[in-house]
Design a protein around this ligand. Structure first.
Ligand code: PLP
Length: 400
């Protein structure tokens, strides 16, 4: 018998893993399923991006290996975007790296800096690739629980000194998935200062920087002076341009960090499909105008969702960014059984807070993947489960 490695065994169950199976069964039984689980918007990619992809497919050169450097024009477009958007100037050839989705880069990064036993500080609740990448690199995750009363901010100085001394890497993600928290400039300055003081690599995950509301503008970590010495920033085209399945993102950072991650990736993949990189150029070169309709639609969904949730008796903040609602459950209602009950009895996929680690308990996450009417319908169904849970003395716990 082949036994999995200890690092493979250490991986917790992936939060989305069993949902597709249940969803398939319900759909086969004719249930009208509404999926608010994965952050996968129902809007199509922008027209110019599709057009560029059609053309790229017909170009035989686009069917060749991209290798790590990929398309020079993609790196140029990424650098131009960063400069226009954040005033951050990066050299396309040595300071930008195409990724097969930002998840790929985030998960590979620990291999660059962690030796066995080195610590990576991982926020919880949080995107599970941080934890998975750390475990696969034989690093030691130090899970930092994000708390509502602290604005869901990861305060590195609160990590015990002995742990901080062994810490080589910290993941930070604002606007945050799943909590939707945003970070002030003062917070980011504090984070950068601490990383510099302790020589810790800061992996700044900026996947949601363009999906913001009520006039909020999300910064880049590189707007903080001194960040370049210790930070690498990850960008994704998935959510902003509805290109989740295309698998394209990029990392930006100083040449040592980008070169290091390039070296790791040389042994694990051969870069994103060149045609996708060419289509991504069309997206990045017109990011401002192409993201706006996606953002505006998410804003409508956000407002409809928040109003419907509050009307159904839930406690939820109206988020300033990202594409989620992070909804508090009444005390004593466990998120896993609640989400399962919502799916099995109401045909609505929501993610239990616990799927983002134990510190996510007490919440569930709604992704704004469907239009306002459908969202209201879904939330009415979720509300029915809440009422039943209350009426039954929260007996959803019994199905745990
Ligand atoms: N980072 C965060 C916080 C996310 O929520 C996601 C996707 O949900 C990603 C990164 C990965 O995005 P992708 O790999 O599609 O670029």
């Amino acid at each position: 018998m082949i036994t999995p490695s200890r690092r493979a065994m250490a991986l917790p169950g992936y939060p989305l893993a069993e949902i597709p199976g249940i969803k398939r069964r319900l759909l086969a039984a004719g249930v009208d399923v509404i999926d608010l689980g994965a952050g996968d918007n129902d809007t199509p990619p922008p027209g110019p991006v599709l057009e560029a992809m059609h053309q790229a497919i017909d170009d035989p050169a686009m069917s060749k290996y991209g290798f790590q450097q990929g398309l020079a024009d993609f790196r140029r477009a990424a650098a131009d975007y960063l400069e226009r958007r954040f005033g951050a100037v990066f050299e396309p050839a040595g300071e930008i790296l195409p990724l097969i989705g930002s998840k790929e880069g985030l998960a590979h990064l620990p291999l660059l800096v962690l030796d066995p036993g080195d610590v990576a500080v991982v926020p919880e609740p949080g995107y599970q690739a941080y934890l998975g990448g750390t475990l696969l690199a034989c690093g030691e995750p130090h899970v930092y629980p994000l708390r509502a009363e602290e604005g869901f901010l990861l305060e590195l100085e609160r990590v015990p000194k002995a742990v901080l001394a062994r810490t080589r890497l910290v993941f930070a993600n604002y606007p945050n998935n799943p909590t939707t928290a945003v970070a002030s400039r003062e917070y980011l300055e504090r984070l950068v200062a601490t990383c510099r003081r302790h020589d810790i690599l800061l992996a700044y995950d900026n996947a949601y920087c363009d999906l913001t509301f009520d006039g909020y503008v999300a910064p880049s970590i590189f707007e903080v002076p001194g960040a370049r010495e210790i930070a690498i920033e990850f960008h994704s085209l998935s959510k902003s341009f509805s290109m989740t399945g295309w698998r394209i993102g990029f990392a930006a950072g100083n040449p040592e960090l980008i070169g290091g991650l390039t070296r790791i990736k040389t042994y694990t993949d051969t870069g994103p499909f060149l045609a996708v990189q060419r289509a991504a150029v069309a997206a990045l070169d017109h990011a401002e105008s192409l993201v706006e309709p996606v953002r505006a639609e998410l804003d409508l969904r956000r407002q409809a969702g928040v109003a419907a949730l509050r009307a159904a008796g839930f406690v939820v903040d109206s988020p300033l960014a990202a594409m989620y609602l992070w909804v508090r459950l009444p005390a004593g209602v466990p998120s896993g059984p609640f989400a399962l009950r919502v799916l099995e009895t109401e045909g609505v996929v929501v993610l239990p807070g616990r799927a983002f680690g134990p510190a996510g308990e007490g919440y569930f996450r709604i992704a704004l993947t469907v239009g306002p009417d459908r969202l209201r319908e879904a939330i009415a169904r979720v509300g029915r489960t809440l009422v039943e849970a209350g009426a039954e003395g929260i007996s959803v716990a019994a199905s745990a």
